[in-house]
Design a protein around this ligand. Structure first.
Ligand SMILES: [Mg+2]
Length: 281
């Protein structure tokens, strides 16, 4: 099975495309998301073709920090995924509908293992400076995020927040204009393990670009990360995770190509099961 982050891993907004070639040589792009009647996210046409092929041959599981509502705006090529992971693992969509059993399991874990959302949210609201704060939001009653004016945001504020949150069992991630505060036990990897359990998949391939993808990559048999993003910037690495040089939408294309190649050769995985053609799950 293939579990991949979406934003800045497979799909890219215009500012994140990172097109560096002459305009005449730029790849053709497919718009996969509109927001308020305007195009928002893209992949290269080549990546779109590869992803459609991949989704036809494996259990492809979109694995995102987006809320279910934000996820539903995205229309990826290929068959509609049977499973999708939203809210950083807090929501498991099965045929597009949230799974109540998983929701309950997650709620129980969070209640017993980290500080409550209200406490973290109050801290964010109290310490954020209106000079750079654009929006303050809660996602699915699970975690909080801020939209900020990045050039005005002091780096020390994020560092202080990371320390404060860490003492309370929460994780902080800075991605573009968004600062996420997420409960430590709310992970993509826990939800991926649940999907693997339900499908019987024995090999998991993964990709992601941010700190919130680190656990997903670590738990996978093989992983890929783009040349941009929090993981690349912090020099994060793991033996079974390939650090790509490509940046922007070109990295997204390379990741879909790597998934297909690895799915065609499951024996290449870190823990190959005997005779495992099980990448298909
Ligand atoms: Mg991402």
């Amino acid at each position: 099975m293939v579990a991949s982050d979406l934003d800045r891993t497979l799909i890219y907004s215009a500012p994140a495309l990172g097109l560096t070639m002459p305009d005449a040589e730029a790849p053709r792009l497919l718009c996969v998301e509109t927001y308020e009647h305007k195009p928002l996210s893209y992949m290269t046409e080549t990546a779109a073709g590869l992803l459609a092929e991949l989704a036809g041959r494996t259990t492809f599981v979109p694995t995102t920090t987006r809320t279910a509502e934000q996820y539903r705006r995205i229309h990826l090529p290929g068959p509609a995924p049977e499973f999708a992971i939203c809210a950083n693992g807090g929501r498991l969509l099965v045929h597009g509908e949230p799974d109540p059993d998983w929701q309950r399991t997650v709620a129980e874990r969070l209640a017993s293992q980290c500080a409550p959302l209200d406490e973290v949210r109050a801290h964010l609201v109290r310490t954020a400076d209106p000079a750079w704060l654009l929006k303050e939001r809660v996602a699915e009653d699970l975690f909080a995020y801020l939209v900020v004016e990045r050039p005005l945001l002091p780096g020390t504020w994020v560092r202080d927040l990371t320390g404060w949150a860490g003492e309370r069992g929460w994780t902080v991630s800075l991605q573009g204009r968004k600062i996420y505060a997420v409960p430590g036990p709310l992970t993509k990897s826990a939800a991926v393990a649940e999907v693997a359990r339900r499908t019987g998949a024995s090999v998991v391939l993964a990709a992601g670009d941010s700190l919130l993808d680190a656990d997903l990559l670590l738990a996978a048999d093989r992983g890929w990360r783009p040349g941009h993003g929090e993981l690349a910037d912090s020099g994060w690495h793991a033996p079974h995770v390939t650090a790509l040089d490509e940046r922007g939408v070109a990295a997204g294309e390379e990741i879909t190509r790597a998934f297909l190649r690895a799915a065609a050769d499951p024996g290449d995985g870190r823990t190959p099961a005997p005779g495992a053609a099980a990448v298909g799950g």
